[in-house]
Design a protein around this ligand. Structure first.
Ligand code: FES
Length: 83
């Protein structure tokens, strides 16, 4: 069974081999981004539930509970929303 990615209360499928940003883009979801490598913070989002791992070290400033979609992945169901 594939994992689920809930973004702004809409449900999408989650591919653990893609970043969360790539997952959303591949399912035609419009998401804010700029650098795509963890520096600018444009893709900051709120992690509602679940866990992420980072492929690039997240350089952008993050408040508690925030993640960067461009360089994070998840292997299990995850719920996120825009800031
Ligand atoms: S797009 Fe720049 S930190 Fe994610």
């Amino acid at each position: 069974m594939s994992s689920k990615l809930i973004y702004n209360e809409q449900q999408y499928t989650l591919d653990a081999n893609k970043t969360l940003l790539e997952n959303l883009e591949s399912q035609s979801v419009s998401v804010e981004f700029h650098c795509r490598d963890g520096h600018c913070g444009a893709c900051r989002s709120i992690l509602v539930s679940g866990d992420v791992t980072y492929s690039n070290f997240p350089m952008a400033y993050l408040k508690e509970g925030e993640i960067l979609l461009c360089c994070s992945r998840s292997e299990k169901n995850i719920t996120i929303k825009t800031i």
